[in-house]
Design a protein around this ligand. Structure first.
Ligand SMILES: C[S@@+](CC[C@H](N)C(=O)[O-])C[C@H]1O[C@@H](n2cnc3c(N)ncnc32)[C@H](O)[C@@H]1O
Length: 302
């Protein structure tokens, strides 16, 4: 799988080497129930190592003592912390940096199991957390309950047909994807044939449908953060290009203090709108994280 991206990744050898290393474990303090200092002290007392993430004050890397798991600690049971991948913390931070969320109604179009919902809900007025997979709704509800978030409503619509009932100020669109960039947790993605062309094409159609519909239900002047955990331009820049060319969104730049690369504007003979260069690719070798793709969009209809 990694060879597929040799032509677009800077420092390909470092990329491959990082993809083959295990992923550092990370978690986030839930400010609704705790503070960074309180959670760090409780975890350190229990023998865990805690190292703050330089770019985001709520996040930290965890060293687990032999035989112990962060998910089995008292701060976790009490909902004071959430175990969450470092790159998964990026979209709510991008949203919060671009828009005051205190009075905002936010849609999380693909929310389960709720890592980003519970992060953004700490700062938003209210969140509608939607996921079309009814089987995953229980985990979403468990997480919002455990973390004590009382401003989250859960829905289960197909994001491609989300109803017109509400006007949103902002949205997260963390779409289903081929997940190739989780290769550090899922080594099967190292295989060249881990994802077939047909699988990719069918998921791209869903991604375009969900992003397009979400842009319709967010007010003009609002913000939409699109994200995936794949390196594939078909699922990333091509999806953003699709909505930009339809006149549904413009792309905004952002910088959260993590190293990243610009969106690619050409892939396998396709050329994308120059706007997509403002989207960001987070590669495993740049920040010692999983891989991720993030686009900050402003709806131009709604
Ligand atoms: C990458 S996961 C979301 C992870 C979540 N945002 C988090 O941070 O915990 C993608 C989610 O999209 C949901 N999904 C797939 N197709 C969908 C659709 N057509 N409409 C809404 N949700 C969909 C899946 O059930 C899955 O839970």
């Amino acid at each position: 799988m990694m060879e597929r991206y040799a032509g677009i990744v800077d420092d390909y050898d470092a990329f491959v080497e990082a993809c083959e290393r295990p992923l550092p474990k990370t978690a986030r303090v839930n400010r609704v129930k705790s503070s960074f200092d309180e959670s760090r002290d409780a975890l350190e007392d229990a023998g865990f190592g805690v190292e703050p993430l330089g770019w985001f004050g709520d996040g930290f890397r965890v060293e687990e003592p032999d035989g112990a798991k962060i998910g089995n600690t008292v701060p976790h049971y009490l909902g004071q912390i959430a175990v969450q991948e470092e790159v998964s913390m990026i979209p709510p931070v991008v949203l919060g940096n671009t828009l005051p969320l205190g009075d905002a109604l936010v849609l999380d179009a693909c929310a389960a199991p709720g890592s980003k919902t519970t992060q953004v809900a700490q700062d938003a007025a209210a969140v509608v957390a939607n996921d079309d997979n009814f089987g995953r709704i229980a985990a979403l509800r468990n997480n919002t309950d455990r973390l004590g978030l009382t401003n989250v409503a859960v829905t289960s619509y197909d994001g491609r047909r989300f109803p017109d009932a509400l006007d949103f100020d902002a949205a997260l669109v963390d779409v289903p994807c081929t997940s190739e960039a989780t290769v550090r947790k899922n080594p099967e993605y190292r295989k060249p044939d881990a994802v077939t062309d047909d699988e990719r094409a069918s998921i791209v159609a869903v991604q375009k449908g969900i992003l397009s519909r979400t842009l319709d239900v967010v007010n003009d002047g609002g913000r939409v953060v699109y994200s995936t955990c794949t390196f594939a331009p078909e699922e990333n820049e091509a999806v953003v290009d699709h909505v930009v060319r339809k006149g549904k969104a413009r792309v905004r730049s952002f910088d959260i203090g993590l190293e990243s690369s610009s969106g690619v504007v050409e892939w396998q003979g396709e050329e994308y709108d120059a706007e997509v260069e403002k989207t960001r690719r987070f590669y495993p070798h740049r920040n010692d994280t999983g891989g991720f793709y993030v686009a900050l969009l402003e709806p131009t209809t709604g």
